[in-house]
Design a protein around this ligand. Structure first.
Ligand SMILES: NC(=O)c1ccc[n+]([C@@H]2O[C@H](COP(=O)([O-])OP(=O)(O)OC[C@H]3O[C@@H](n4cnc5c(N)ncnc54)[C@H](OP(=O)(O)O)[C@@H]3O)[C@@H](O)[C@H]2O)c1
Length: 316
C-alpha cells in the first residue's frame, strides 16, 4: 500500500467514482490504491468498497476543508460534481472550485475533472434555437461543468478534462427506458432526429479514467472524450429489439416537445439533446471511440451493455 500511488475518488459510492475505485481495485499489481470519498463511511455502499480494499475517507464537496483533508497524500484525484442532487449550476461551480482549490493545496499531481461542454460556446444566449434557462445557461448541467474548467487551469492544477457521455444506465435509473405507447408497443423517446448519440456504460467511465491515470502525464492539460458507441435513436431501438426479443420503436420528438414533458430537468435535457443533435459532428468528434477503447480495452458496446444489464431495465 505504502508504495502505491493513492487516487482519491470523489463520488466513490456513485456511478462514475464507483467505476474508478473498482478499476483500481481490480488491478492489484497496477501500482495504484483507491481512496473512496463519501459523506457517510458507514453506508452499505461505502462498506462494500472498504470490503473490496478501498480506504474510506469522509468528506463533502460543499466543504472545501474536508475535501482538502481527503486529498492530502494523494497522487491523483477523480473529481465529479452532482448536478442532479440539487439542480443548481452555481452550486456545481462552487463544488468544482472547492475541489480545484483542495487539489492545489494538497499538491495533487494529477486531477481528472469529469466535465462536459459549455454549450454557450456554440449556442450563445442570443441564439433563440433553444430557450435560455435559469437566466444565463443553455444546458445548465453542461455549461456549469464547462465553465468550471477554468478554475482548474487558473489554479494551475495538473488536470485532464474528461468529457463523459450519456449513460446507457439511464435506461435503468433515469426513467429513460422503453415505455409502451397507445398501441402497446414499446418505444424509447429521444429528440435526436436521425443524429448519433454518444453513449457509454457508466462503469466504463471509471475504467477510462483509470486508463488515463496509468498513462502518467500523457493526458495532463488535455481534453479527452469517452464513449462506447455513437448510435442513432433508430439504432438504439433496433439493438433493444434484438436484446429484449420484442419490438422497441424509436419515438423521435422535437426538442420543444421534450422540454415540455414537465419532469424535473426536462428543459435542461431537451436543450442538451438538441445541442447533441444540432452539433453532432462536434459532439461525436470530441468522443473518439478508438481513443476511448485504447484507454479501456474492455469498453462495452451498447449490444454488450444490453447483454449484461437488460434484465434491469424496467419494462411496463
Ligand atoms: N446520467 C448521465 O447520463 C450522465 C452523463 C454524463 C455526466 N453525468 C453527470 O454525472 C454527475 C453525477 O455523477 P454520478 O452519476 O457518478 O453520480 P451518482 O451515481 O449519483 O453518485 C453520486 C455519489 O456522490 C456522492 N455525493 C453526492 N453529493 C455529494 C457531496 N456533496 N459531497 C460528496 N459526495 C457527494 C454520493 O455518495 P455518498 O452519499 O456516499 O456521499 C453518491 O453516491 C452529474 O453531475 C451528471 O451531470 C451524468
Amino acid at each position: 500500500m505504502a508504495d502505491k500511488k493513492i487516487i482519491a475518488v470523489v463520488g466513490a459510492t456513485g456511478a462514475q467514482g464507483g467505476g474508478v475505485v473498482r478499476a483500481i481495485l481490480n488491478d492489484p499489481s497496477g501500482g495504484f490504491a483507491a481512496r473512496a470519498i463519501t459523506r457517510d463511511v458507514k453506508s452499505g455502499k461505502a462498506r462494500e468498497l472498504a470490503h473490496l480494499g478501498a480506504e474510506l475517507v469522509a468528506a463533502d464537496v460543499d466543504d472545501e476543508a474536508s475535501i482538502k483533508k481527503a486529498f492530502e497524500g494523494a497522487y491523483g484525484a477523480y473529481c465529479v460534481t452532482f448536478f442532479w442532487a440539487h439542480f443548481s449550476p452555481e452550486k456545481e461551480m462552487a463544488e468544482a472550485q472547492n475541489m480545484a482549490k483542495a487539489a492545489k493545496a494538497a499538491g495533487v499531481q494529477h486531477v481528472i475533472w469529469s466535465t462536459l461542454e459549455d454549450t454557450r460556446q456554440w449556442v450563445p444566449l442570443s441564439d433563440n434555437r433553444m430557450p435560455t434557462l435559469m437566466g444565463k445557461y443553455k444546458v445548465p448541467h453542461f455549461d456549469a461543468k464547462g465553465e468550471s474548467n477554468k478554475v482548474f487551469t487558473d489554479l494551475d492544477v495538473p488536470t485532464t478534462f474528461l468529457l463523459t457521455s450519456f449513460y446507457w444506465d439511464n435506461l435503468i435509473n433515469f426513467g429513460m427506458g422503453p415505455k409502451k405507447g397507445p398501441d402497446g408497443t414499446l418505444a424509447i423517446t429521444l429528440p435526436m432526429g436521425d443524429k448519433k448519440l454518444p453513449g457509454i456504460a457508466a462503469e466504463d467511465i471509471g475504467k477510462c479514467a483509470y486508463g488515463i491515470f496509468k498513462k502518467g502525464r500523457e493526458f495532463i492539460g488535455k481534453t479527452v472524450g469517452v464513449a462506447g458507441g455513437h448510435l442513432t435513436g433508430a439504432q438504439m431501438a433496433a439493438t433493444l429489439t434484438q436484446a429484449l426479443g420484442q419490438e422497441v420503436r424509436y419515438n423521435d420528438v422535437p426538442p420543444e416537445v421534450y422540454r415540455g414533458f414537465g419532469f424535473p430537468g426536462a428543459e435542461d435535457l431537451g436543450n442538451m439533446f438538441q445541442f447533441k443533435r444540432d452539433f453532432e459532428q462536434v459532439f461525436c468528434g470530441a468522443r473518439n471511440l478508438d481513443v476511448a477503447r485504447s484507454l479501456n480495452p474492455a469498453m462495452l458496446t451498447f449490444e454488450a451493455w444490453l447483454a449484461k444489464y437488460k434484465g434491469r431495465i424496467p419494462l411496463e
